[in-house]
Design a protein. Structure first.
Lengths: 317, 321, 293
């Protein structure tokens, strides 16, 4: 059984000035131990909202989130149930996810359950080492670190809770290329060595392809495709996945312009009829305008929500 | 003739407790219709070197060197004269399309005001020009867009509007500073295609500043790689990015995930982090992170010199063909 | 123009006072404030004569015997100004401390519980904000009756809402910050996060506001005394001394010197507050270095 299971999660927001916006409109996702699951999609597709719903920071309107057999409940004023503390979240911006007035060590120690001070200090040092920070880091304040180092502190902080799953919301987006590579390698190593499940939310498909075992593609609040990374990348079953991949510029000096996907993610308050992607889809036909394709299983553990996905000879997998 | 020729540009910014050198002698030139790419990580001085040309640095900054733009020296030019050139012949687009437009003014007002001021057109002509510009950057329904406010548009559309404003007076040179960094890849591809079309159709020269070598790979004609305020390698896009010769350029490329590479190849991260201004290592500023460094790298500042097809600031040259 | 250009410009003049001048002003503020505190503590040793004794010729202009002259009743103005600090400073300190405490508690409660509680508490602060402070203080002081204590109480009534508002805003914004959310996800209860992550980030701004407010409190107290609602004769209080001075314009020294005393104290605490703002902002020091994006 998966360690983190999201089933048909729906999240509604109340919009200022009244009215509801369905940011997540029924999304399902599984994360196994030791597995890195990439969640990709354009901004406004609901991936960050889904991340927050997965850890209980925003309540799900319907659907279920189950972590290690326990339902994930929305946060109240009380402390989170101990069982849920092993489900952690790392935010995008390491400048705002650390308290500027507390040392890195004291913030990392937040999640450590040990009693004695000596044991806690030892554990903080261990965690710093694990994420590749120097031992003196513990006594320094966040502003003394670079962006990449701060993100390491944030990861060490999440690791302090001895997590089974960490949800990472665009953890690499604000970093330089060299720091990005260091951190991507660190995440892969953590999943492998500690048997951690990671849900990696990113708009950078190249990085996701590099570290994720499975990828889920989200569009306008729903999953449109999911599958093992390499087959999905090599032969995308959904036109949206195909467009995302074609838009990634290749750093090969080749001078080939990436393909652009016309149009934009529509307003989630007024989703298009039928298939949500149809206004931007190059393969659109009559049925797409009226009927919404379900997320259907395909061979090799893949699934896609497209009327053309299973058809032999057209979009072969 | 080149649109812009910059020589030994040096910039010092004031900080509490003295000045700090941000740009330490860079040279480049940009030809008409060319996309000139500047690559570098944060703190490499790539943005400051542009702001210096436009006179947009904080007070008490020092700028040395020469920058000839269409035969006129930009550095030391009186502010008023500079302001006339910047905006008309030389335009700039910034990273953040969310703050570079005025939130309280309609798109039409921002566009036509700019056009009227620099081109001295009447109201009607200015509006026609504004519609034309929005069509040029492929904003759907340009007449309606003129009456809308920036917050009505998505990030990608706002960046297109910012580009339209920049292009309003048919500039010779467009400086685009990380124009696609805040955008989705799908939208980024659209902006890159737009820039490519503009330079072909209007013979526009573009300086494209970005940390993303993928972006430069797809659109730049020539590339300069900045590190700690200096140029370490420059040359034609294919030469520099397909056969990098400076250890830093190579390391940057190795750190990137390649969309077609085998997944098992781990990303080769560069050890350490880029130096911060004021704490630049002696000699070659990359020597502390370089796996090919020899003793002399610690002492001698390498000169950017011509080697076969490019210019290179590395006497060791470990990757020479 | 552009975001970056705005950013750089904004950084260049982030305060009304240029950066190079802020340190000297901070030092000046500290020295003057400290000097006044020393004067208040050691007033009996410093003052040349008894502030209440009418033992000199009346209305003498400043001379070597009486540096600030004497007033219409033959009292030494210098001694009265020196003793006046024993009234204004401790009362201002105490009432600001009380107002800050009450306001902070109200603001923290409102920001922590939000919703209904927040609505009630914040509407009551709005009620106070709806009146000009000096008018409201006058009304309260008039209702309570003349006297220094009642005047101080009136100022507390006027002063606490600004603390409530700033603390509430900070508790709300810091409470929603990602670092507090991270702490909550790590198992901290809402109350624990409030104590450990939120309040330490609130204290700085409150302290700055209190310092600036000291100046306001001294001004208000003097104002009430000037209007006859605060200190009563013959007590030496700056505001009432200025009020007396206004009746004898030909003897300018009677009103001018206590006025100068108010002026220097207010200015000192304002300088101090402005520079504390920088001290409490952990980012001020390194902004300039990170300008290259």
């Amino acid at each position: 059984m998966s360690v983190l299971e999201l089933r048909d999660v729906v999240v509604d927001y109340e919009r200022r000035g009244g009215g509801h916006v369905r940011a997540v409109a029924g999304a399902s996702l599984d994360v196994e131990r030791g597995q890195i699951v990439g969640l990709v999609g354009e901004s406004g597709c609901g991936k960050s909202t889904l991340a927050r719903a997965a850890v209980g920071l925003v309540p799900a309107t319907s659907g279920s989130v189950v972590f290690e057999g326990e339902p994930v409940t929305p946060m109240t004023r009380r402390a989170r149930p101990a069982a849920l503390v092993r489900l952690q979240l790392v935010f995008q911006n390491p400048y705002s996810s650390l308290n500027p007035r507390r040392t890195a060590g004291s913030q990392i120690a937040d999640g450590i359950g040990l009693r004695t001070n000596a044991a806690r200090t030892a554990r903080v040092h261990e965690l710093c080492e694990l994420v590749g920070l120097p031992g003196v880091a513990a006594s320094r304040y966040p502003h003394e670190f670079s962006g990449g180092q701060r993100q390491r502190i944030a990861i060490a902080r999440a690791l302090a809770a001895d997590p089974a799953v960490i949800v990472l919301d665009e953890p690499l987006a604000s970093l330089d290329a060299s720091a990005q590579a260091q951190l991507a390698n660190l995440l892969a190593a953590l999943a492998r060595d500690l048997g951690l499940g990671l849900l990696l939310i990113s708009h950078d498909l190249a990085i996701v392809r590099h570290v994720a075992d499975r990828v889920s593609v989200m569009y306008l609040g729903k999953m449109v495709e999911t599958g093992a990374t390499l087959p999905l990348w090599a032969r995308p079953a959904h036109p949206y996945t195909e467009a995302l991949i074609a838009a990634v510029p290749r750093p090969d000096g080749g001078g080939v312009l990436p393909e652009s996907l016309p149009g934009e993610v529509p307003d989630p308050a007024r989703p298009p009829t039928g298939c949500r992607f149809h206004p931007r889809c190059p393969y659109v036909f009559d049925r797409c305008l009226t009927e919404e394709p379900p997320l259907e299983s395909l061979p090799n553990g893949r699934a896609a929500a497209c009327w053309l996905a299973g058809i032999q000879g057209f979009r072969v997998i | 003739m080149s649109v812009l020729a910059v020589e030994s540009l040096r910039v010092k910014l004031p900080i509490p407790g003295g000045d700090v050198t941000i740009v330490d002698g860079v040279d480049y030139d940009v030809q008409p219709g060319e996309v000139f790419g500047i690559a570098g990580e944060s703190g490499s001085g790539k943005t400051i070197s542009m702001l210096a040309l436009l006179g947009l640095l904080p007070e008490h900054s020092t700028v040395e060197g020469t920058a000839l733009f269409a035969g006129k020296e930009l550095i030391g030019m009186p502010r008023r004269e500079l302001r006339d050139i910047a905006g008309r012949d030389l335009a700039m687009v910034f990273q953040d399309p969310f703050t570079s437009l005025h939130p309280m003014l309609t798109v039409g007002r921002q566009l036509s005001e700019h056009v009227r001021r620099h081109l001295h057109l009447d109201r009607h002509a200015a509006e026609e020009r504004a519609v034309e510009l929005l069509e040029d950057v492929r904003i759907p329904d340009p007449r309606a867009a003129l009456r809308a406010y920036p917050h009505h548009f998505s990030g990608g559309m706002r960046q297109r509007i910012a580009i339209a404003i920049a292009l309003a007076c048919r500039p010779k040179l467009l400086i685009a500073d990380e124009p696609t960094t805040a955008l989705d890849v799908t939208v980024q591809a659209g902006i890159l295609r737009l820039l490519d079309r503009l330079r072909r159709e209007q013979d526009l020269a573009v300086i494209l500043i970005t940390h993303d070598l993928g972006v430069l790979s797809s659109i730049a004609d020539r590339v300069s790689v900045f590190y700690a305020g200096r140029v370490v390698e420059s040359g034609a896009r294919g030469d520099v990015l397909q056969h990098p010769r400076h250890p830093y350029t190579r390391a940057l490329l190795d750190a990137l995930p390649h969309p077609e590479a085998a997944k098992e190849r781990p990303l080769v991260a560069i050890g350490g982090s880029p130096p911060t201004p004021g704490h630049i290592p002696s000699g070659c500023s990359f020597h502390t992170r370089c796996t090919h460094a020899v003793d002399s790298c610690r002492v001698d500042v390498p000169e950017l010199r011509a080697v076969s097809d490019r210019r290179l600031a590395c006497p060791v040259d470990p990757f020479s063909a | 123009m552009s975001s970056l250009a705005y950013g750089l410009r904004a950084r260049a003049r982030s305060s009304r006072i240029p950066a190079a001048w802020r340190q000297p002003l901070a030092i000046a503020g500290t020295v003057i404030a400290f000097a006044w505190i020393v004067i208040a503590v050691f007033a009996p040793l410093i003052a040349p004569s008894n502030p209440l004794a009418q033992s000199f010729p009346a209305s003498e202009s400043p001379s070597l015997h009486h540096l600030f002259g004497t007033d219409e009743l033959g009292r030494d103005v210098l001694s009265r100004v020196i003793y006046g600090s024993r009234v204004s400073l401790p009362i201002a300190l105490a009432l600001v401390a009380i107002a800050a405490t009450i306001g902070s508690i109200v603001g923290a409660v409102a920001g922590y519980f939000r919703g209904f509680v927040d609505g009630i508490l914040m509407r009551s602060t709005d009620l106070v904000f709806a009146f000009p402070p000096i008018i409201l203080a006058m009304v309260v002081a008039a209702v309570l009756g003349r006297g220094l204590f009642n005047a101080a109480l009136a100022i507390v009534v006027v002063a606490w809402p600004s603390y409530a508002r700033i603390v509430r805003g900070l508790v709300l914004s810091v409470g929603d910050s990602e670092y507090v959310q991270s702490a909550r996800l790590l198992g901290a209860s809402s109350r624990r996060a409030l104590v450990r992550d939120v309040l330490p980030n609130v204290i700085g701004p409150v302290f700055v506001l209190a310092t600036l407010d000291l100046a306001n409190a001294i001004l208000l107290l003097s104002g009430l005394s000037f209007l006859g609602l605060g200190a009563q004769p013959p007590q030496a209080e700056w505001g009432s001394m200025v009020a007396e001075g206004t009746q004898y314009f030909q003897w300018w020294w009677i009103g001018t010197f206590p006025g100068l005393a108010i002026f220097t104290v207010v200015l000192a605490f304002n300088f101090l507050g402005d520079s504390l703002r920088d001290v409490f902002d952990p980012r001020t020091a390194r902004r300039a270095v990170e300008s290259d994006a």
